[in-house]
Design a protein around this ligand. Sequence first.
Ligand SMILES: Nc1ncnc2c1ncn2[C@@H]1O[C@H](COP(=O)(O)OP(=O)(O)OP(=O)(O)O)[C@@H](O)[C@H]1O
Ligand SMILES: [Mg+2]
Length: 314
Amino acid sequence: MFNTIDEVEKAFSKNNYIADRALATTVFLAGALNKPVFLEGEPGVGKTEVAKVMAEIMDTRLIRLQCYEGLDANTALYEWNYPKQMLEVRLEEARGHSKEEIGRNIFSEEFLLKRPLLDAIQGTNERAPVLLIDEVDRSDEEFEAFLLEVLSDFQITIPEIGTIKAKHRPYVVLTSNRTREIHDALKRRCLYLWIDYPIFEKELEIVNVKVPGIREDLARQVCSFMQVARTRDFYKRPGIAETIDWALALMALGISELDNGTVDATLGCVFKYREDIQKVHDEGLPELIEKAKVLKDRASKGPANAPFVRTWKT
Ligand SMILES: Nc1ncnc2c1ncn2[C@@H]1O[C@H](COP(=O)(O)OP(=O)(O)OP(=O)(O)O)[C@@H](O)[C@H]1O
Ligand SMILES: [Mg+2]
């Protein structure tokens, strides 16, 4: 899929995704070793986007299986199109077909509703698709065991039809927000990567890419505020998605300088829980803004200060 890790980094960057070395290496190895990628990390750090960008780069289909509590094998794999089968039974009865004939016909591929996993295994394209199994931690443990089976041999058996095997093994990306631990057996089959909140420089690059036209100084103010905010113990720390949303909101409001009033009025872009907004007010918004300013000033003094910025703690 890729010849070098640099190639991966460049391809991601061309698609507006800033991939650090660890991610680029994981994606490179996924192609070289034909292994699924397991991305774990806090919400909004760019896990789902990796699969989207991979499909974009490889010019192939993205098949998404969104996991949730109660998701079962049938919903993920295939279901019979019951209304269509009933209609066919009526028609064939009217034509005088025997029960055996009708039974054979209605349990054929034509009456199969392909769900994401079967779609990915059977994909009719010449190219392997990217299969995104999103937020696997939301599914139940039984479903996880079933996934393990599917990901081991990429084939499934439908009793009425037979065994279907993938012509092209899909590129698989699993994501988890770690609301529960995923079993070692599943992780062992994958290339595991923890995606952390970005360091200041990476977040700045992301903002510049995702919010075209933003003034450099405003981008720096936004990123340093986020870096400082993440050092605090919030119920839900803001991710990159919030950084981008906030920067876009500030641009739409024509704001160029973060002051107390502006941040207060737009806090809903950064924090999504009432308790967190309350906490910001209790602990003092001006102090948070001041700390962000100190960080920004140090960061803009150049690479000599970079190690400090990377290990910034308030
Ligand atoms: N490295 C990056 N480069 C460019 N954009 C990024 C990067 N990381 C995250 N983003 C952007 O941040 C936003 C959130 O990303 P994404 O939805 O992939 O996060 P997630 O980890 O899947 O979050 P959740 O757990 O809430 O589903 C997207 O708009 C994405 O484009
Ligand atoms: Mg996601």
